[in-house]
Design a protein around this ligand. Structure first.
Ligand code: MG
Length: 235
């Protein structure tokens, strides 16, 4: 006979592509940073055609694994090196990054995100766990969570079980009392399971589960979480 699971006391949420769509936001942020450089530091812009910053970030992350999950440091390092190569002040890199991050934080939560988080927050301790560099205070969702954990602040990234354990400890809940919800099969589902949490796959596009392991419980819309996690009242 299998052991009954304890009740869920906390829910941890991935952010990018779970509470908002991130692809268009990053593309807009990079375009804004590139436009700024073309206007104000053309010598530097010439060295960074479209997609070049991302390519150099990937190369740098492969060369320096300790930076792999520090997306801010990766982008700043690439921009600063390009400024130096172009013979412009490093201030140009700082300004270009400021343009990027302002647009990167301009996310539009899915329409059901706020009501769903509000309802779940009445019953569960909520935390966010992200490998990205969004400033949650800029999203309008910050106060709906008890805690925000980022790979940059924690010094470790999903799917490392340690980031899940760190979050559970900070919420004062056991991993098996915690449900993690996210879109990335490896980072969110496999990682959370390996840390002893329960996992729910936010599968908005309706993909097939790529594995490994058992097909997780999945939802395509955040509102489905309410019926799954909040028992019907009355009766
Ligand atoms: Mg995600």
């Amino acid at each position: 006979m299998s052991r009954a699971l304890p009740p869920i006391r906390a829910i941890t949420f991935d952010l990018d592509d779970t509470l908002w769509e991130i692809g268009p936001v990053i593309r807009a942020a990079e375009a804004r940073s590139e436009l700024f450089l073309r206007r104000h530091f053309p010598a530097m812009a010439q060295r960074l055609p479209a997609g070049e910053v991302r390519r150099r970030m990937n190369v740098l992350a492969a060369r320096r694994p300790e930076l792999a999950h520090h997306v801010t440091a990766l982008r700043m390092t690439v921009l600063a090196e390009a400024a130096q190569d172009a013979g412009v002040p490093v201030r140009a890199a700082e300004l270009a990054f400021a343009e990027f991050i302002q647009a990167r934080n301009a996310v539009t939560p899915f329409p059901d995100a706020v009501p769903v988080l509000r309802a779940l927050g009445e019953r569960f301790a909520l935390a966010s766990i992200t490998n990205g560099n969004v400033d949650v205070t800029m999203t309008g969702l910050a106060e709906l969570f008890r805690l925000h954990v980022s790979a940059e602040s924690a010094g470790m990234a999903k799917p490392n079980p340690a980031i899940f354990h760190h979050t559970c400890a900070a919420l004062d809940v056991a991993p098996e009392e915690t449900l993690h919800i996210g879109d990335d099969p490896e980072c969110d589902v496999v990682g959370a399971r390996a840390a002893g949490l329960r996992a729910l796959w936010f599968n908005r596009p309706g993909h097939r589960w790529p594995g490994p392991g058992q097909v997780p419980i999945h939802v395509r819309q955040l509102t489905e979480l309410l019926a799954r996690l909040l028992p019907a009242t009355g009766g």
